[in-house]
Design a protein around this ligand. Structure first.
Ligand SMILES: [Zn+2]
Length: 278
């Protein structure tokens, strides 16, 4: 009997403590994380090698069949309290990986971990990466979206290196952008086809959606995001999605948002951005 994936990931996130321990991984650990991501995502690569690397980083592996989809999953989960910030990595071992779904601020951006599992379920070939520390742990050093020495960043950067499109899930407080449900950005001031498609499908689903390149209210929440910077440097697709608390707190609205995003991203090909000169 497998546990429910969404409840498992939600319980992991709920155990993350803003006052909890945190340390950056060593350079050797970051290289190991990249190796693990390579083995998880490269066609024909060795799942045992991925597992060995992840276990060395503090993850434990488990697997089963997801009752919600009938598809197999492999889950690697760290301990929320040991300071190593080995979060949760979820893959479907029967499908080639084609999309990275990222939750850098679990618990802090409430419900984004649940949204991440929903998107994993709706997008076959997704790999879900949830950060392993509350963003305020370590006096803010654990903010995985702004720390390029974090374990989360090592995993995400290798996903970008492998030309996987990335979608990163965040939340904003309703009072900070009244009347808006979603802000879609790329972490830069320019639009990309994938981001425009995500914004369009969210708007068509009835959510009040802002694109910072069209509407200054978005205030470019993704600026300074280190995963976005890496994706831009490598010329790969990165979509930064911020959802209001009104949407995140409501299971129905979450489902509306996730269906729209999955529909948009299932048509995204890897690396639609500029490719560095070669
Ligand atoms: Zn966030």
């Amino acid at each position: 009997m497998g546990c429910d994936l969404e409840e498992h990931v939600a319980a992991f996130a709920a155990a993350l403590d803003p006052a909890g321990p945190y340390r950056d991984p060593s350079p050797a650990e970051r290289r190991l994380a990249a190796t693990a991501m390579t083995h998880l995502t490269a066609p024909g690569s060795d799942p045992y090698a991925a597992s060995t690397a992840l276990v060395a980083l503090g993850f434990s592996g488990s697997g089963g069949v997801d009752a919600a989809t009938g598809r197999r999953y492999t889950m690697y989960a760290g301990r929320p309290d040991d300071g190593r910030a080995a979060g949760v990595v979820l893959v479907d071992p029967s499908v080639p990986v084609r999309l990275a779904v990222e939750v850098p601020h679990p618990n802090s951006d409430l419900r984004t971990e649940r949204i991440g599992v929903h998107l994993f379920r709706l997008a076959p070939g997704a790999i879900l990466v949830v950060a392993g520390a509350h963003r305020r742990a370590g006096n803010g050093a654990a903010d995985a979206a702004h720390n390029d020495r974090s374990l989360f960043h090592a995993l995400a950067a290798e996903a970008a290196n492998r030309r996987l499109p990335q979608i990163q899930l965040h939340g904003f407080a309703d009072a900070s952008l009244p009347g808006l449900d979603a802000v879609v950005s790329t972490g830069t001031r320019t639009a990309t086809p994938a981001a425009v498609r995500v914004a369009t499908t969210l708007r068509e689903a009835g959510l009040a959606t802002c694109e910072p390149w069209r509407d200054s209210r978005g205030r470019l929440e993704g600026i300074g995001n280190v995963q976005a910077s890496t994706a831009v440097r490598l010329g790969t697709t990165f979509v930064h999605l911020e959802l209001s608390w009104r949407v995140r707190r409501d299971a129905h609205l979450r489902a509306v948002a996730v269906r729209a995003v999955a529909a948009a991203l299932c048509r995204v090909s890897p690396g639609t951005g500029r490719r560095p000169g070669r």
